[in-house]
Design a protein around this ligand. Structure first.
Ligand code: PMH
Length: 386
Protein backbone atom coordinates (compact mmCIF):
# COMPACT_ATOMS: atom_id res chain seq x y z
CA UNK A 1 0.00 0.00 0.00
CA UNK A 2 1.21 3.50 -0.85
CA UNK A 3 0.25 4.83 2.56
CA UNK A 4 2.44 2.28 4.34
CA UNK A 5 4.75 3.80 6.91
CA UNK A 6 2.29 6.51 7.94
CA UNK A 7 0.04 4.24 9.97
CA UNK A 8 -0.10 0.64 11.00
CA UNK A 9 -3.76 -0.24 11.14
CA UNK A 10 -5.90 -1.13 8.16
CA UNK A 11 -8.55 1.52 8.71
CA UNK A 12 -8.48 4.91 7.10
CA UNK A 13 -10.60 7.78 5.78
CA UNK A 14 -10.01 9.11 2.30
CA UNK A 15 -10.67 12.72 1.37
CA UNK A 16 -10.97 13.54 -2.30
CA UNK A 17 -9.68 17.10 -2.62
CA UNK A 18 -10.76 17.37 -6.27
CA UNK A 19 -14.32 16.93 -5.10
CA UNK A 20 -13.92 19.64 -2.47
CA UNK A 21 -12.62 21.98 -5.20
CA UNK A 22 -15.50 21.07 -7.50
CA UNK A 23 -18.07 21.83 -4.80
CA UNK A 24 -16.52 25.24 -4.19
CA UNK A 25 -16.39 25.97 -7.92
CA UNK A 26 -20.06 24.97 -8.14
CA UNK A 27 -21.05 27.52 -5.52
CA UNK A 28 -18.71 30.17 -6.92
CA UNK A 29 -20.39 29.91 -10.31
CA UNK A 30 -23.73 30.42 -8.67
CA UNK A 31 -22.72 33.54 -6.75
CA UNK A 32 -22.19 37.02 -8.16
CA UNK A 33 -18.49 37.82 -8.68
CA UNK A 34 -18.26 40.25 -5.79
CA UNK A 35 -19.43 37.74 -3.17
CA UNK A 36 -16.51 36.25 -1.25
CA UNK A 37 -16.43 32.69 0.04
CA UNK A 38 -15.54 32.13 3.68
CA UNK A 39 -14.64 28.45 4.02
CA UNK A 40 -15.91 27.04 7.31
CA UNK A 41 -13.19 24.68 8.53
CA UNK A 42 -14.09 24.38 12.20
CA UNK A 43 -14.00 21.02 13.97
CA UNK A 44 -11.04 19.92 11.87
CA UNK A 45 -12.99 20.86 8.74
CA UNK A 46 -15.98 18.77 9.83
CA UNK A 47 -13.56 15.88 10.35
CA UNK A 48 -11.98 16.18 6.89
CA UNK A 49 -8.71 17.81 8.02
CA UNK A 50 -8.34 21.55 8.65
CA UNK A 51 -5.10 22.40 6.86
CA UNK A 52 -5.70 20.28 3.75
CA UNK A 53 -9.25 21.59 3.33
CA UNK A 54 -8.12 25.18 4.01
CA UNK A 55 -5.43 24.99 1.34
CA UNK A 56 -7.81 23.39 -1.14
CA UNK A 57 -10.52 25.96 -0.42
CA UNK A 58 -8.12 28.88 -0.81
CA UNK A 59 -6.84 27.45 -4.10
CA UNK A 60 -10.44 27.05 -5.31
CA UNK A 61 -11.23 30.70 -4.62
CA UNK A 62 -12.20 31.04 -0.95
CA UNK A 63 -10.69 34.20 0.53
CA UNK A 64 -11.35 33.78 4.24
CA UNK A 65 -11.43 30.84 6.65
CA UNK A 66 -13.72 30.44 9.64
CA UNK A 67 -13.35 28.31 12.74
CA UNK A 68 -15.28 28.06 16.01
CA UNK A 69 -12.50 28.65 18.52
CA UNK A 70 -9.24 30.58 18.79
CA UNK A 71 -7.34 27.32 19.35
CA UNK A 72 -8.46 26.13 15.93
CA UNK A 73 -7.25 29.34 14.31
CA UNK A 74 -3.89 29.09 16.08
CA UNK A 75 -3.54 25.50 14.95
CA UNK A 76 -4.00 26.61 11.33
CA UNK A 77 -1.42 29.37 11.77
CA UNK A 78 1.01 26.81 13.20
CA UNK A 79 0.48 24.70 10.09
CA UNK A 80 1.44 27.64 7.89
CA UNK A 81 -1.94 29.07 6.87
CA UNK A 82 -1.56 32.82 6.33
CA UNK A 83 -5.02 33.62 4.96
CA UNK A 84 -7.44 35.65 7.09
CA UNK A 85 -9.20 33.53 9.73
CA UNK A 86 -12.36 34.46 11.60
CA UNK A 87 -13.26 32.85 14.93
CA UNK A 88 -17.05 32.53 14.78
CA UNK A 89 -17.62 31.57 18.40
CA UNK A 90 -16.90 33.19 21.72
CA UNK A 91 -13.29 33.85 22.64
CA UNK A 92 -12.15 34.95 26.08
CA UNK A 93 -11.55 38.72 26.29
CA UNK A 94 -8.16 38.10 27.93
CA UNK A 95 -7.00 36.21 24.82
CA UNK A 96 -7.25 39.10 22.34
CA UNK A 97 -3.54 39.74 22.58
CA UNK A 98 -2.81 36.23 21.29
CA UNK A 99 -5.36 36.67 18.51
CA UNK A 100 -3.70 39.94 17.55
CA UNK A 101 -0.22 38.39 17.49
CA UNK A 102 -1.42 35.78 15.03
CA UNK A 103 -3.64 38.09 12.99
CA UNK A 104 -6.79 36.19 13.86
CA UNK A 105 -10.11 38.01 13.50
CA UNK A 106 -12.46 37.61 16.45
CA UNK A 107 -16.20 37.83 16.87
CA UNK A 108 -17.51 40.50 19.21
CA UNK A 109 -20.93 39.68 20.58
CA UNK A 110 -21.44 41.96 23.59
CA UNK A 111 -20.22 45.39 24.66
CA UNK A 112 -18.87 44.25 28.03
CA UNK A 113 -16.78 41.68 26.17
CA UNK A 114 -15.25 44.49 24.12
CA UNK A 115 -14.63 46.73 27.15
CA UNK A 116 -12.71 43.98 28.87
CA UNK A 117 -10.96 42.82 25.70
CA UNK A 118 -9.55 46.30 25.08
CA UNK A 119 -7.84 46.25 28.48
CA UNK A 120 -5.95 43.14 27.38
CA UNK A 121 -4.82 44.52 24.02
CA UNK A 122 -1.30 45.98 23.98
CA UNK A 123 -0.73 49.64 23.06
CA UNK A 124 0.83 48.74 19.73
CA UNK A 125 -1.43 45.81 18.97
CA UNK A 126 -4.27 45.79 16.48
CA UNK A 127 -7.32 43.59 16.27
CA UNK A 128 -9.90 42.88 13.59
CA UNK A 129 -13.44 42.15 14.69
CA UNK A 130 -16.69 40.98 13.15
CA UNK A 131 -19.79 41.74 15.15
CA UNK A 132 -22.31 38.93 15.52
CA UNK A 133 -25.96 39.92 15.45
CA UNK A 134 -28.54 37.57 16.88
CA UNK A 135 -31.50 37.69 14.52
CA UNK A 136 -33.14 34.54 15.82
CA UNK A 137 -30.58 31.78 16.23
CA UNK A 138 -30.34 32.59 19.92
CA UNK A 139 -26.73 31.52 20.47
CA UNK A 140 -24.45 34.55 20.73
CA UNK A 141 -24.84 38.03 19.33
CA UNK A 142 -26.16 41.49 19.90
CA UNK A 143 -29.91 41.91 19.82
CA UNK A 144 -30.63 45.55 20.58
CA UNK A 145 -30.02 48.85 18.89
CA UNK A 146 -28.57 50.68 21.87
CA UNK A 147 -25.99 47.97 22.47
CA UNK A 148 -24.94 47.90 18.82
CA UNK A 149 -24.57 51.67 18.66
CA UNK A 150 -22.55 51.74 21.89
CA UNK A 151 -20.35 49.00 20.48
CA UNK A 152 -19.80 50.90 17.23
CA UNK A 153 -18.83 54.04 19.14
CA UNK A 154 -16.48 52.11 21.42
CA UNK A 155 -14.73 50.61 18.40
CA UNK A 156 -14.54 53.94 16.56
CA UNK A 157 -12.83 55.54 19.55
CA UNK A 158 -10.03 52.99 19.63
CA UNK A 159 -7.58 53.06 16.73
CA UNK A 160 -6.29 49.59 17.60
CA UNK A 161 -9.52 47.85 16.61
CA UNK A 162 -11.16 47.60 13.22
CA UNK A 163 -14.75 46.48 12.78
CA UNK A 164 -14.18 44.62 9.55
CA UNK A 165 -17.39 42.64 9.39
CA UNK A 166 -20.92 42.02 10.60
CA UNK A 167 -22.78 38.74 10.46
CA UNK A 168 -25.71 36.68 11.57
CA UNK A 169 -26.63 33.02 11.29
CA UNK A 170 -29.86 31.45 10.03
CA UNK A 171 -31.57 28.72 12.04
CA UNK A 172 -33.76 27.27 9.28
CA UNK A 173 -32.14 28.07 5.92
CA UNK A 174 -32.18 24.37 5.05
CA UNK A 175 -35.92 23.95 5.61
CA UNK A 176 -38.39 24.17 2.75
CA UNK A 177 -40.63 26.46 4.77
CA UNK A 178 -38.94 29.87 4.52
CA UNK A 179 -41.01 31.84 7.07
CA UNK A 180 -38.44 31.91 9.85
CA UNK A 181 -35.63 32.55 7.38
CA UNK A 182 -37.59 35.57 6.07
CA UNK A 183 -38.05 36.88 9.60
CA UNK A 184 -34.34 36.59 10.33
CA UNK A 185 -33.38 38.17 7.01
CA UNK A 186 -35.70 41.12 7.60
CA UNK A 187 -34.38 41.53 11.13
CA UNK A 188 -30.80 41.48 9.85
CA UNK A 189 -31.52 44.20 7.33
CA UNK A 190 -33.14 46.28 10.02
CA UNK A 191 -30.16 45.80 12.31
CA UNK A 192 -27.76 46.74 9.51
CA UNK A 193 -29.54 50.08 9.30
CA UNK A 194 -28.53 50.79 12.92
CA UNK A 195 -24.89 51.28 11.93
CA UNK A 196 -23.44 54.71 11.32
CA UNK A 197 -20.89 53.06 9.08
CA UNK A 198 -21.53 49.56 7.90
CA UNK A 199 -18.50 47.28 8.17
CA UNK A 200 -16.81 46.19 4.95
CA UNK A 201 -17.83 42.52 5.06
CA UNK A 202 -21.48 41.59 5.53
CA UNK A 203 -22.30 37.90 5.71
CA UNK A 204 -25.31 35.88 6.74
CA UNK A 205 -25.53 32.79 4.54
CA UNK A 206 -24.47 29.30 5.45
CA UNK A 207 -24.39 26.69 2.67
CA UNK A 208 -28.16 26.29 2.48
CA UNK A 209 -28.82 30.03 2.23
CA UNK A 210 -25.96 30.47 -0.27
CA UNK A 211 -27.60 27.94 -2.56
CA UNK A 212 -31.13 29.23 -2.17
CA UNK A 213 -31.34 32.90 -1.26
CA UNK A 214 -29.48 35.33 -3.49
CA UNK A 215 -30.55 38.32 -1.41
CA UNK A 216 -28.78 36.94 1.67
CA UNK A 217 -25.41 36.77 -0.09
CA UNK A 218 -24.47 40.40 0.73
CA UNK A 219 -20.74 40.36 -0.01
CA UNK A 220 -19.61 37.11 1.61
CA UNK A 221 -21.05 33.68 2.39
CA UNK A 222 -19.92 31.08 4.91
CA UNK A 223 -19.63 27.75 3.19
CA UNK A 224 -19.43 24.62 5.30
CA UNK A 225 -21.29 21.42 4.54
CA UNK A 226 -21.65 21.92 0.78
CA UNK A 227 -17.89 22.35 0.42
CA UNK A 228 -17.60 18.76 1.68
CA UNK A 229 -20.18 17.62 -0.84
CA UNK A 230 -22.97 16.99 1.64
CA UNK A 231 -26.49 18.31 1.46
CA UNK A 232 -27.48 20.79 4.21
CA UNK A 233 -30.64 18.76 4.78
CA UNK A 234 -32.45 15.84 3.21
CA UNK A 235 -35.48 17.99 2.35
CA UNK A 236 -33.23 20.34 0.38
CA UNK A 237 -31.72 17.55 -1.71
CA UNK A 238 -34.20 17.78 -4.60
CA UNK A 239 -33.59 21.54 -4.75
CA UNK A 240 -29.80 21.46 -5.06
CA UNK A 241 -28.75 23.72 -7.97
CA UNK A 242 -25.71 21.59 -8.84
CA UNK A 243 -24.69 18.02 -7.99
CA UNK A 244 -22.63 17.76 -4.82
CA UNK A 245 -19.61 15.50 -4.77
CA UNK A 246 -19.16 13.70 -1.47
CA UNK A 247 -15.49 13.95 -0.55
CA UNK A 248 -15.25 11.73 2.54
CA UNK A 249 -15.02 7.96 2.46
CA UNK A 250 -14.12 5.40 5.12
CA UNK A 251 -12.40 2.08 4.61
CA UNK A 252 -10.95 -0.88 6.41
CA UNK A 253 -9.62 -4.35 5.58
CA UNK A 254 -10.39 -7.86 6.72
CA UNK A 255 -7.86 -8.77 9.39
CA UNK A 256 -9.45 -12.10 10.32
CA UNK A 257 -11.78 -14.48 8.51
CA UNK A 258 -13.34 -17.59 10.02
CA UNK A 259 -16.12 -20.11 9.52
CA UNK A 260 -18.79 -20.29 12.22
CA UNK A 261 -20.93 -23.33 12.84
CA UNK A 262 -24.68 -23.04 13.38
CA UNK A 263 -25.33 -21.74 16.92
CA UNK A 264 -21.93 -20.13 17.45
CA UNK A 265 -22.00 -16.56 18.66
CA UNK A 266 -20.36 -13.20 17.99
CA UNK A 267 -19.16 -10.30 20.18
CA UNK A 268 -20.11 -8.81 23.58
CA UNK A 269 -23.36 -10.08 24.95
CA UNK A 270 -23.17 -12.99 22.50
CA UNK A 271 -26.22 -11.46 20.83
CA UNK A 272 -25.55 -12.68 17.29
CA UNK A 273 -25.92 -16.36 16.58
CA UNK A 274 -24.99 -18.06 13.31
CA UNK A 275 -28.09 -19.59 11.75
CA UNK A 276 -26.04 -22.02 9.67
CA UNK A 277 -22.42 -22.29 8.59
CA UNK A 278 -21.32 -18.69 8.09
CA UNK A 279 -18.18 -16.85 7.07
CA UNK A 280 -17.45 -13.98 9.45
CA UNK A 281 -14.82 -11.29 8.93
CA UNK A 282 -13.31 -8.95 11.50
CA UNK A 283 -12.43 -5.35 10.66
CA UNK A 284 -10.29 -3.11 12.90
CA UNK A 285 -12.70 -0.24 13.47
CA UNK A 286 -14.96 0.37 16.45
CA UNK A 287 -16.78 2.92 18.50
CA UNK A 288 -13.57 4.67 19.61
CA UNK A 289 -13.16 5.56 15.94
CA UNK A 290 -16.63 7.09 15.85
CA UNK A 291 -18.13 3.94 14.38
CA UNK A 292 -20.71 3.93 17.13
CA UNK A 293 -22.53 0.93 18.61
CA UNK A 294 -25.79 2.12 17.08
CA UNK A 295 -24.35 1.06 13.71
CA UNK A 296 -24.84 -2.61 14.57
CA UNK A 297 -26.69 -4.10 11.62
CA UNK A 298 -25.52 -1.38 9.19
CA UNK A 299 -24.21 -2.67 5.88
CA UNK A 300 -20.69 -2.26 4.54
CA UNK A 301 -19.29 -2.97 1.08
CA UNK A 302 -17.08 -5.93 0.26
CA UNK A 303 -16.25 -6.49 -3.41
CA UNK A 304 -19.13 -4.13 -4.21
CA UNK A 305 -21.63 -6.24 -2.24
CA UNK A 306 -23.54 -5.04 0.82
CA UNK A 307 -22.99 -7.19 3.89
CA UNK A 308 -24.17 -6.53 7.48
CA UNK A 309 -22.24 -5.76 10.63
CA UNK A 310 -23.14 -8.57 13.03
CA UNK A 311 -23.02 -8.56 16.81
CA UNK A 312 -22.14 -5.59 18.96
CA UNK A 313 -19.56 -3.11 17.76
CA UNK A 314 -16.54 -3.15 20.09
CA UNK A 315 -14.22 -0.26 20.91
CA UNK A 316 -11.69 -1.13 18.19
CA UNK A 317 -13.21 -3.91 16.09
CA UNK A 318 -16.42 -5.19 14.63
CA UNK A 319 -17.52 -8.25 12.70
CA UNK A 320 -19.24 -8.58 9.35
CA UNK A 321 -21.03 -11.46 7.70
CA UNK A 322 -19.27 -12.42 4.48
CA UNK A 323 -20.90 -13.94 1.40
CA UNK A 324 -18.12 -16.55 1.24
CA UNK A 325 -14.57 -17.09 2.41
CA UNK A 326 -12.54 -14.02 1.43
CA UNK A 327 -8.81 -13.35 1.65
CA UNK A 328 -7.32 -11.39 4.52
CA UNK A 329 -6.64 -7.83 3.43
CA UNK A 330 -9.85 -7.58 1.36
CA UNK A 331 -10.96 -3.93 1.33
CA UNK A 332 -14.14 -3.11 3.23
CA UNK A 333 -15.82 0.23 2.55
CA UNK A 334 -17.96 1.64 5.34
CA UNK A 335 -18.68 4.97 3.63
CA UNK A 336 -18.08 5.48 -0.07
CA UNK A 337 -18.20 3.54 -3.28
CA UNK A 338 -17.22 0.07 -4.46
CA UNK A 339 -17.96 -1.14 -7.99
CA UNK A 340 -20.79 1.36 -8.40
CA UNK A 341 -22.49 0.52 -5.07
CA UNK A 342 -22.52 3.48 -2.66
CA UNK A 343 -22.96 3.94 1.06
CA UNK A 344 -23.42 7.66 1.59
CA UNK A 345 -22.79 9.74 4.69
CA UNK A 346 -26.54 10.38 4.64
CA UNK A 347 -27.25 6.64 4.89
CA UNK A 348 -25.10 6.43 8.03
CA UNK A 349 -26.76 9.56 9.43
CA UNK A 350 -30.22 8.13 8.86
CA UNK A 351 -29.27 4.85 10.50
CA UNK A 352 -28.02 6.67 13.58
CA UNK A 353 -30.90 9.20 13.72
CA UNK A 354 -28.68 12.19 13.13
CA UNK A 355 -27.47 14.55 10.39
CA UNK A 356 -24.60 14.10 7.95
CA UNK A 357 -22.61 16.91 9.68
CA UNK A 358 -22.31 14.77 12.79
CA UNK A 359 -21.04 11.67 11.00
CA UNK A 360 -17.85 13.09 9.49
CA UNK A 361 -17.18 15.08 12.68
CA UNK A 362 -17.30 12.01 14.91
CA UNK A 363 -14.97 9.81 12.88
CA UNK A 364 -12.27 10.26 15.45
CA UNK A 365 -8.69 11.38 15.25
CA UNK A 366 -7.59 7.80 15.63
CA UNK A 367 -8.59 7.21 12.02
CA UNK A 368 -5.80 8.36 9.69
CA UNK A 369 -6.80 10.59 6.77
CA UNK A 370 -5.48 10.01 3.26
CA UNK A 371 -5.78 12.90 0.80
CA UNK A 372 -6.24 12.29 -2.89
CA UNK A 373 -5.92 14.74 -5.72
CA UNK A 374 -5.85 13.96 -9.45
CA UNK A 375 -6.12 10.27 -8.55
CA UNK A 376 -2.96 10.29 -6.45
CA UNK A 377 -2.24 10.31 -2.72
CA UNK A 378 -0.93 13.80 -1.95
CA UNK A 379 -0.92 13.71 1.86
CA UNK A 380 -1.44 11.32 4.74
CA UNK A 381 -2.29 12.53 8.23
CA UNK A 382 -2.20 10.30 11.26
CA UNK A 383 -3.07 12.42 14.30
CA UNK A 384 -2.03 9.81 16.85
CA UNK A 385 1.47 9.62 15.42
CA UNK A 386 1.91 13.39 15.67
N1 PMH B 1 -21.54 29.97 10.04
C1 PMH B 1 -21.73 29.61 11.31
C2 PMH B 1 -21.78 30.67 12.36
C3 PMH B 1 -21.90 28.26 11.63
O1 PMH B 1 -22.11 27.93 12.91
C4 PMH B 1 -21.87 27.29 10.59
C5 PMH B 1 -22.08 25.85 10.85
C6 PMH B 1 -21.66 27.72 9.29
C7 PMH B 1 -21.51 29.07 9.05
C8 PMH B 1 -21.61 26.77 8.13
O2 PMH B 1 -22.83 26.15 7.92
P1 PMH B 1 -23.02 25.02 6.81
O3 PMH B 1 -22.08 23.92 7.17
O4 PMH B 1 -24.43 24.63 6.93
O5 PMH B 1 -22.65 25.65 5.53
N2 PMH B 1 -22.36 25.51 12.16
C9 PMH B 1 -22.94 24.37 12.57
C10 PMH B 1 -23.25 24.15 13.91
O6 PMH B 1 -22.97 24.99 14.86
N3 PMH B 1 -23.85 23.00 14.05
O7 PMH B 1 -23.95 22.46 12.84
C11 PMH B 1 -23.39 23.28 11.91
Amino acid sequence: MEEQGFFYRDTWAEIDLDRVSANITGLKELLPNDVEIIAVVKANAYGHGDVQISNTALMAGATYLAVAFLDEALSLRKKGITAPILVLGASRPQDVSIASNHEVTLTVYRTDWLTEALTHLGKEQTLKLHVKLDTGMGRIGIRDKQELQTLEQQINKDVRVELEGVFTHFATADELNTDYYQQQFTRFQEMLSWFNNRPKLIHSSNSAASLRFKEAGFNAVRMGIVMYGLTPSIEMEPELPFPLQESFSLHSRLVHVKKLQKGEKISYGATYEAQAEEWIGTIPIGYADGWIRKLQGQEVLVNGIRVPIVGRICMDQCMIKLPCELPLGTKVTLIGEQNGEVISVNEIAERTDTINYEITCIISNRVPRIYKQHGKIVDVYNAIAD
